[in-house]
Design a protein around this ligand. Sequence first.
Ligand SMILES: [Fe+2]
Length: 360
Amino acid sequence: MERLGEARARTLELIKPLDDGQLNRVYSPILSPLAWDLGHIANFEELWLVQTIGGREPLHGELGRLYDAIENPRKTRGELPILRDAELRAYLADVRERTLEVLEEVDLSSGAEDPLLREGFVYEMLLAHELQHNETMLQLLQLVAGYENEGLTLGPSAVEAPGSEMIKINGGEHEIGAPARGFAYDNERARHAVELKSFEIDRTPVTNGAYIQFMEETGAEPPQYWERDGGGWALTTMAGRDPVIPAHPVLHVSWHQADAFAHWADKRLPDEQEWEAAHGDLQGVGQAWEWTSSDFLPYPGFEPFPYREYSEVFFGDTYKVLRGGSWATHRSVMRPSFRNWDLPERRQIFAGIRCARDAG
Ligand SMILES: [Fe+2]
């Protein structure tokens, strides 16, 4: 229960400097207003824990429909009659109170019969959901003028000893995916062996400095939130205007930009199996999500759980997989088998680059 409390404290810390107007404001058609994220966090918790597990009635009748992520595309969320202001804060608190009551009553042990309860699945899912939405909220916060938060570290740290050094990973059989026990999403299972050819992968993520060189030589577009500043570049997140720091990992690049960078460097993006096989030797994982060349596809033996809309409806060649995590990702939701996915043109996410190439 303690970790749920910590996650909620972090959610509330993120919005502490904001007023209700800022929570309700639509900053971008591809990002939800913060009020929607907050209501959705509470509603997801109510739906899975209070209603499904606890068997209780929802607090606000049909309200849940407004927080269904598939039914309500991001660009429509600002106009929905969602909960706002004091009512929204009360809903978050009321749902949490009921959640804690239900959790008192249930068996979350490894022997639990219901797969939703076994090994505390539903608890871990709620926790991960809230922490993952914290990252989505941080994407939006990049657009909030003058946002400051002394309680949080905002932004990446410098890549230690950046350079073009690559690590060789020997070919052969590698185990991919989450083990059968412990919390993971359905798309990370089943764990299975893949046959990889020998390859090399960058030891460190691509830095802003390297990306600037690529732009200068090819005329490529800058990452999102960069603007010309005299002879250099400025970062305009949170409506600041700070010089781009060359030693920081490059962030806010699309898959197309990442792919073009890799080609310019005479390399390629790793596929997600290569990334997972190499992750133990990589440095700087957890600063920027790393685009891979892989489409988001099911693993052999995939079974949707606990609902089709978590992963299954996204499988296909529309989305590209990202691995690792960013500075905005809570450490407890980062794991080597975790698969993030997004559209190849998207740049509001904290995505960067690490390149690979076939071993000669
Ligand atoms: Fe969600």
